[in-house]
Structures are given as C-alpha cells and as structure tokens.
Design a protein around this ligand. Structure first.
Ligand code: FES
Ligand code: FES
Length: 170
C-alpha cells in the first residue's frame, strides 16, 4: 500500500489498484470503507447485495483472487493489487456464465436478492473442487442464506453445472 493523500473532506484516502471484472481500476479509498461499500456506493456496482452487513448472510459474496469472500467483512484498502470479480463480471459479453444460465434454467431464485452472492459462491465452490456429494454442496453453500427458501433449485442448478463439467460425484 502506498502513501495516503488528503481527500476533499480532509480525510486520508489511500490509492489502490484493482483488477475489477477484467479492468484495471485506480481508486482512492478511505481506510474504513468496506469492499462492499466501495463496490456499491463508490463504483455503482449494485449487483453485490448488502443483507446483514455482518458476515452472516452471504449476499455480499464476491470472488477475490478467485476465492469467495464476504465483501462486507473486509476493508477495500487491504486489497491493493487484487483481482476482484463481482456478479457483473461473470458473463462474457452476451454469454452468461454457466452458473448464471443454470440458475435461470432451474428457477433458482424468487426475489433474487441473495442470487448474486449465491452464484459467486457456487462458482468458487466448483473451483475449490471439494463438492463431491449433494451434502457437500449443501454444507459448502451454507454461508449463503435465502429467505425465499429457493435452496432445492439452487442445489439443482449447481449439480447441473457439476454434471455438465463431468465432475465425478459420489
Ligand atoms: S451482507 Fe455480507 S454477509 Fe451479509
Ligand atoms: S431468492 Fe429471495 S432471498 Fe433468495
């Protein structure tokens, strides 16, 4: 992290650089700004949702250097140089990420508020390679709550993506 500089209100803002959804972004962030608030308030990327703001619901899940993280629980200033992917960065042009397509195909949402976090979490879960059984998926997605109770269809969507990848299951 490099030197701080005074912002318009006289507070110390720090320069950070992020690879955000494939684009290099040079930003000034206040030391107390969470990654979630940076995304939503400063950058207008409102796809990442704020549910509890306390690390309990998973609505704010994003991919940081390929790993899932609750964006409400970490400070933006800590991630200078990181590669960050949000729900807005998963599709390739008009082509949805397979997990996004599977959520639609399996009707894996109702109100949709938890959905960006569910999808980011599911993408990371598959990359982690530990989801060998249906119970594994349930357990490893347990940090992502859905008040609408769309769990069976979320599970079906994830299982479909795993099956399409030819992942071995038990
Ligand atoms: S908003 Fe971050 S875990 Fe709930
Ligand atoms: S779809 Fe409504 S909270 Fe999950």
């Amino acid at each position: 992290m490099s030197d701080s500089s005074a912002n318009a209100s006289g507070s110390a803002a720090y320069p950070i650089t992020l690879d955000l959804n494939g684009q290099t972004r040079r930003l000034e962030v206040l030391p107390w700004t969470t990654l979630l608030d940076l995304l939503r308030e400063q950058l207008g990327l409102s796809g990442t949702k704020k549910g509890c703001d306390h690390g309990q619901c998973g609505a704010c899940t994003v991919l940081l250097d390929g790993k899932r993280i609750n964006a409400c629980l970490t400070l933006a200033v800590m991630h200078d140089g990181a590669k960050l992917t949000t729900i807005e960065g998963l599709a390739e042009g008009d082509r949805l990420h397979p997990m996004q397509a599977a959520f639609i195909r399996h009707d894996a949402f109702q109100c949709g508020y938890c959905t960006p976090g569910q999808i980011c979490s599911a993408v990371a879960l598959i990359a982690e390679g530990h989801a060998l059984t249906t119970d594994d998926i349930r357990e490893q997605m347990s940090g992502n709550l859905c008040r609408c109770g769309a769990y069976p269809n979320i599970l079906a969507a994830i299982e479909k993506v795993l099956a399409d990848r030819g992942e071995e299951r038990r």
